[in-house]
Design a protein around this ligand. Structure first.
Ligand SMILES: *Cc1c(COP(=O)(O)O)cnc(C)c1O
Length: 380
C-alpha cells in the first residue's frame, strides 16, 4: 500500500496527536469526564467561530448541522432565499424543498461567489424573504462568497443569514460576531483536522428567537434539543464520544497555533499552488478562487480520471475531480487539515510527473519552483 496523502477537500489528513487520542479505550458519556470535555470543546468552538453564541456539536456530517439550522430557522410564515452556485448550495435548496419550507432559489453561474448586491436585488424584489442561505466557500467550484458584506445587508433588513462555512471555518477568516452572521456551520472532516462524523453549528440569539417562535417537523437534528442538553454539557442522543475527544485535541492545536496564523498559512499554500499551476501551464479555476481549495482546468489531451487514479495508485495522492457540470473538467487540491508547505510541494511534484507521463509538455520542477518561491517569501 502507498503512503496515503489526502488532498481531497474532505476528508483531509489528521494529526497523530488526534489519532492517538481517538485510539484510547472507550469511556462513557454520562459522566463528569465527558461533561468537562464538552465544556472545553464548546469554549474552543466559540474561538473557532469567533463568537459568544452557543455552538453545538452534531452527530452526523456537516449536512446534519446545516439541515438542523435551516429547518429550525424557517418555520411557516418565513421565506428563505438560496443562491444555487454549486453542488452544496443545491443541497440547501433541497433541504428547503424536502421540509416544505417557503423558499426561492436563484441560480448563479457556477464558479461565481455571491455578492451583497445579489442579495439586495433579490430582497428588494421580494420583501417576504427574511432568511438568506449562502455557502461561504463553495467547495465544488472553489468560488468565494462575500459573507462579511452580505451580513451587513441582511442585518440592515432584519433578515437572518445562515452560512455554510464547511470549507471556510478554520481555513479562511471567519468572524461570526464581528460580521453579524446568525448561523455558521462547519463539519469535522474539512479544515478541522478530524475524521468525518461531526457537524458544528454556531447559532446567534437572533436565530434562537426565530427558532423559538415556530415549530418544525424535526427530531434528530433539532437545535432546541441540542440547546437543552447543552445546559448540562450533555448531548440529546449518544454523542460520538471518540470524535469529540479528537475535537478537543484538534481545537487545542488550533488555539495554540492561533486562527490568524492558520488563515495566513492557508492563504500562502493556496497562493503557492496557484503560482505552480500557472508555471506548469495550466489555468486556475475560477476567477476569484477561495484559499481553502485550489481547482485547475484539466488541459486538452489529458484524461482527468486517469490523472487522478495515477496520482493515487502510483504516489498515494488523493485529489478530487469536478462535480456536476465540472466533472472531467477540473481537479482540486485541498489546503485544509493537517497539511503544510512541504506536503503541498509533494502534490505539485506528483502532478508534474503524472502530467508528463500522459504526454503533456511540462518542464519537471517548474511548478515546484514557483510554489517554493512563494513559500520561501512568506514562510521562511
Ligand atoms: C463537504 C461540504 C458539505 C457537506 O458536508 P458533509 O460533511 O458531506 O455533510 C457542505 N458544504 C460544503 C461547502 C462542503 O465542502
Amino acid at each position: 500500500m502507498k503512503k496515503e496523502r489526502l488532498f481531497t477537500p474532505g476528508p483531509t489528513m489528521v494529526p497523530e496527536e488526534v489519532l492517538l487520542e481517538m485510539a484510547q479505550p472507550m469511556r462513557h458519556h454520562r459522566t463528569a469526564w465527558y461533561r468537562e470535555m464538552a465544556k472545553e470543546v464548546h469554549e474552543l468552538l466559540q474561538y473557532l467561530f469567533q463568537t459568544k453564541s452557543l455552538c453545538m456539536t452534531f452527530t452526523g456530517s456537516g449536512t446534519s448541522a446545516m439541515e438542523g439550522a435551516i429547518v429550525g430557522c424557517c418555520p411557516p410564515g418565513h421565506k428563505a432565499l438560496v443562491f444555487r452556485n454549486g453542488k452544496f448550495a443545491e443541497r440547501w435548496a433541497k433541504v428547503c424543498a424536502s421540509f416544505g419550507i417557503d423558499h426561492t432559489v436563484v441560480d448563479v453561474e457556477w464558479g461565481h461567489g455571491i455578492k451583497a448586491a445579489d442579495v439586495v436585488k433579490q430582497m428588494d424584489a421580494d420583501p417576504k424573504i427574511d432568511t438568506v442561505i449562502v455557502v461561504h466557500s463553495e467547495t465544488s467550484t472553489t468560488a468565494l462568497s462575500d459573507v462579511e458584506a452580505i451580513a451587513k445587508v441582511t442585518r440592515d433588513r432584519k433578515a437572518l443569514l445562515l452560512v455554510d462555512g464547511i470549507t471556510a471555518v478554520g481555513a479562511l477568516p471567519v468572524k461570526m460576531d464581528a460580521w453579524g452572521v446568525d448561523v455558521y456551520v462547519t463539519g469535522s472532516q474539512k479544515a478541522m483536522m478530524l475524521p468525518p462524523g461531526l457537524g458544528f453549528a454556531a447559532v446567534s440569539d437572533r436565530a434562537w428567537e426565530r427558532i423559538d417562535s415556530g415549530k418544525m417537523p424535526t427530531l434528530y437534528n433539532d437545535l432546541k434539543a441540542y440547546r437543552k442538553s447543552h445546559e448540562t454539557f450533555d448531548a440529546p442522543y449518544t454523542p460520538a464520544v471518540t470524535l469529540v475527544r479528537g475535537t478537543l485535541v484538534a481545537l487545542r492545536m488550533v488555539k495554540e497555533r492561533t486562527l490568524e496564523a492558520i488563515w495566513s498559512e492557508t492563504a500562502t499554500l493556496a497562493r503557492g499552488t496557484r503560482a505552480a499551476v500557472e508555471a506548469i501551464g495550466l489555468k486556475v479555476y475560477p476567477k476569484d478562487p477561495v484559499d481553502s481549495v485550489t481547482a485547475m482546468l484539466v488541459p486538452d489531451g489529458v484524461d482527468e480520471g486517469k490523472l487522478r487514479s495515477t496520482m493515487r495508485d502510483k504516489f498515494g495522492f488523493h485529489i478530487a475531480g469536478g462535480q456536476g457540470d465540472l466533472k472531467g473538467k477540473i481537479v482540486r487540491f485541498s489546503h485544509m487539515g493537517y497539511v503544510d508547505a512541504f506536503d503541498t510541494l509533494g502534490v505539485i511534484a506528483a502532478l508534474e510527473m503524472v502530467l508528463k507521463g500522459q504526454g503533456y509538455d511540462v518542464k519537471i520542477g517548474a511548478g515546484v519552483a514557483a510554489a517554493q518561491a512563494v513559500f520561501a517569501e512568506n514562510l521562511a
